[in-house]
Design a protein around this ligand. Structure first.
Ligand code: MG
Length: 253
């Protein structure tokens, strides 16, 4: 009798469990949920063929002209760098160049190359720079067997943070930066309410992960924020070395 009762109890429990299982799965968040209710079927645009800019990027340099650029020193003047073989190259003494457009939060892809023939050393060897919002520099330098202060080598947030590793290629080789930049925010009184952050991949290697920028790049002294517009140009530096750039595109975030 007791044995029969036990067996029937086990069976009814199993039946109840089996019947209840799909309900439990379907009702994980409430009685009305179906899998389709949490599926987003809005089509996402195709992005890239390998090596090409994403479909939603603004191309800042495709190898043909400097239409997106202007002189930074001579505001509104023509960018006087040399365009040749799909690249733009610093003409030493011609000055920094900047984008005609301003940008805030962005993803920036830029390729650069320092001269194959080594000239100079330390900060004088293949020096240029990518200045976000005209004032926050990610250093460009030939850092292949070239000693200098580490927070001034290639990939450093200049004078603020050394790269996590030296991901440099040899001089004369093309290198990539993929930069995610978050602009600082200021309130109506000009007080900083959120610092800038930067994430950098150098040749595909993560070298800064959302580094909190301390303020505008300073060669001498400590950085300190002061209020500025939400969108400002990207600047490329003429540091008297014939550094080249190509395939530059940007996506606003
Ligand atoms: Mg520099």
């Amino acid at each position: 009798m007791i044995r029969q009762l036990f067996i029937s109890l086990v069976f009814s429990t199993l039946i109840l469990f089996a019947a209840g299982l799909p309900c439990v799965q379907a009702q994980s968040n409430g009685p009305e949920w179906e899998p389709e209710l949490t599926e987003d079927w809005t089509p996402v645009e195709y992005s890239v063929e390998t090596g090409a800019p994403p479909s939603d990027a603004i191309v800042l340099f495709d190898g043909t002209d400097l239409d997106e650029w202007t002189s930074a020193a001579d505001d509104g003047g023509n960018a006087a760098w040399r365009v040749e073989d799909g690249a733009m190259t610093v003409v030493p003494g011609s000055g920094n160049i900047k984008t005609r457009r301003g940008f805030g939060d962005v993803q920036l892809h830029i390729e650069w190359r320092t001269p194959e023939e080594i000239e100079g050393d330390g900060q004088g060897r293949g020096n240029s720079g990518v200045f976000l919002q005209e004032m926050y520099e990610v250093q460009v330098l030939d850092s292949w067997d070239n000693e200098t202060y580490s927070n001034g080598q290639a990939g450093s947030v200049y004078k603020q943070k050394a790269p996590a590793v030296n991901a440099s290629k040899a001089p004369g080789e093309w290198q990539t930066y993929d930069i995610i930049f978050e602009s600082p925010r200021f309130d109506d009184n000009g007080e900083l309410i959120k610092p800038a952050y930067v994430t950098v991949h150098h040749n595909g290697v993560l070298i800064h992960h959302r580094f909190e920028i301390e303020g505008p790049t300073e060669y001498i002294g400590l950085p300190e924020y002061s209020p500025h517009p939400q969108k400002l140009p990207i600047v490329l530096q003429d540091h008297s070395n014939p550094v080249s750039f190509r395939n530059i595109w940007i996506r606003e975030l």
